[in-house]
Design a protein around this ligand. Structure first.
Ligand code: PMP
Length: 406
């Protein structure tokens, strides 16, 4: 049933061999950031060892090599997400940057009284930029509610839509709960009202290969560091027609066609949104990360991670006082929970003493915690390089922590 060659895969991730507090590391904080395979590290070392140069400007060989590799990475990313056009892929510093770029662009498109809808289960980075946008424009932010299972209430979403709705923001997968949202259905419905839809794909991208054309998403944003790539790089996919309507986010080099003190004209897409020297090495390494994951295959990855999710859920259920948050049947390998009477922070600290990395707190999704009336949760998030043995160790550590704390 396990189609992945775990022994081989785990050898690709040197960090998985280290010890933490005298125990072999069990890394279950993949939703915060994923670990890096040596194939990606090799791409980084290769760049700095052999062709470190600024791109798009130089005529010399190193610059051309770096430009070719950087643009080849853009192509890899385009193919991965099935964007129709290469220039619809904008390199960013990550999901947060991509969302802010769009929020800035819509400041000159939205008018007072326009409405924008955001889901109740968003990461702060898909809430705050829209609040700032509303302050600038006088647009009104409305919230698509969720239910106890941690699912969006589709009927309430439908009821919120009107001719005033100009934009809708939903994550593909919730980082705090793991819920996979029915984004195709949401996009199609929003389009009946001509509203643009931005999908925060940060948590989906490591598990699900999104096809932006099939989804008909207007914008799709991701961070490389959640999918085996480095930090500080990501992409914004935007439909050409929207990218053309939006003004540049930042001014500077690379993003202009001509500059004079009378009038400056902007470069064509994608450069219009890529001011300054980009994270060249990061972009190339992002391409290498996608190559790495695609070589394993997103289908087998998803199947294996589901197996881990089911295994861990069953084992956790045996612990008395266990309370899960986010119990949708449509979810990725993320388990958010509390144990009755114990503070999540104490649990996280104690299991770390046994070498186990989990996340505790509000996971940058405070509205979700308010909804459940809790200060936070313990979140274990699994990746394709995790094993059932690691889950066993996690459960054992949890039981010990529970005993020590009660
Ligand atoms: N959205 C979601 C759903 C996320 O999980 C994250 C990262 N935790 C972000 C946005 C922000 O990503 P970044 O910090 O890489 O910009």
């Amino acid at each position: 049933n396990i189609a992945l060659n775990l022994e081989k895969i785990r050898k690709d991730f040197p960090v998985l061999n280290r010890e933490v507090n005298g125990y072999p590391l069990v890394y279950l904080d993949n939703a915060a950031t994923s670990q890096t395979p040596k194939q990606v590290m090799d791409a980084i070392v290769d760049y700095y060892s052999n062709y470190n140069a600024n791109i798009h400007r130089g005529v010399h060989s190193l610059s051309q090599e770096a430009t070719d590799k950087y643009e080849a990475a853009r192509k890899t990313i385009q193919q991965h997400f099935n964007a129709e056009k290469l220039h619809e892929i904008i390199f960013t510093a990550g999901t947060t940057h991509g969302i802010n770029l769009v929020a800035n662009g819509f400041a000159s498109i939205l008018k007072k009284g326009d409405e924008i809808l955001v889901s109740a289960m968003e990461h702060h980075s898909n809430i705050v930029p829209w609040q700032i946008l509303c302050e600038k424009t006088g647009a009104v932010l409305k919230v698509i509610p969720m239910n106890q299972e941690g699912e969006l209430v589709y009927e309430e979403f439908e009821a919120l839509l009107s001719e005033k709705t100009k934009m809708v923001f939903v994550n593909h997968v919730s980082n705090a709960l793991g819920t996979i949202n029915p984004i195709k259905k949401i996009i199609d419905k929003a389009h009946e009202y001509n509203a643009a839809v931005l999908i925060d794909g940060a948590q989906a991208a490591p598990h699900i290969k999104a096809d932006v054309q099939a989804l008909d998403a207007d914008f799709y944003v991701v961070s490389a560091h959640k999918m085996c790539g480095p930090t500080g790089v990501g992409i914004l996919y935007g439909k050409e027609e929207w990218l053309n309507k939006m003004p540049p986010y930042q001014g500077g080099g690379e993003m202009i066609a001509t500059v004079s003190f009378d009038k400056t004209t902007y470069a064509d897409l994608p450069h219009k949104f890529e001011a300054g020297t980009p994270n060249i090495c990061g972009g190339i390494a992002f391409g290498a990360a996608l190559d790495y994951m695609n070589a394993i295959g997103f289908e087998p990855i998803a199947r294996y991670e589901e197996e881990l999710l089911n295994y861990a859920t069953l084992k956790l259920q045996e612990i008395e006082g266990m309370q899960f948050y986010g119990t949708s049947r449509e979810k990725t390998a993320v388990i958010s929970f509390n144990i009755e009477g114990l503070h999540p922070y104490d649990i996280g600290t104690l299991v770390d003493k046994m070498g186990i990395a989990v996340r505790t707190g509000h996971h940058c999704a405070q509205p979700i915690m308010d909804f459940y009336k809790i200060p936070g949760t313990v979140r274990a998030s699994f990746s394709f390089y995790n094993t059932k043995e690691e889950i066993d160790r996690f459960i054992e550590a949890l039981k010990k922590a529970k005993m020590m704390l009660s």
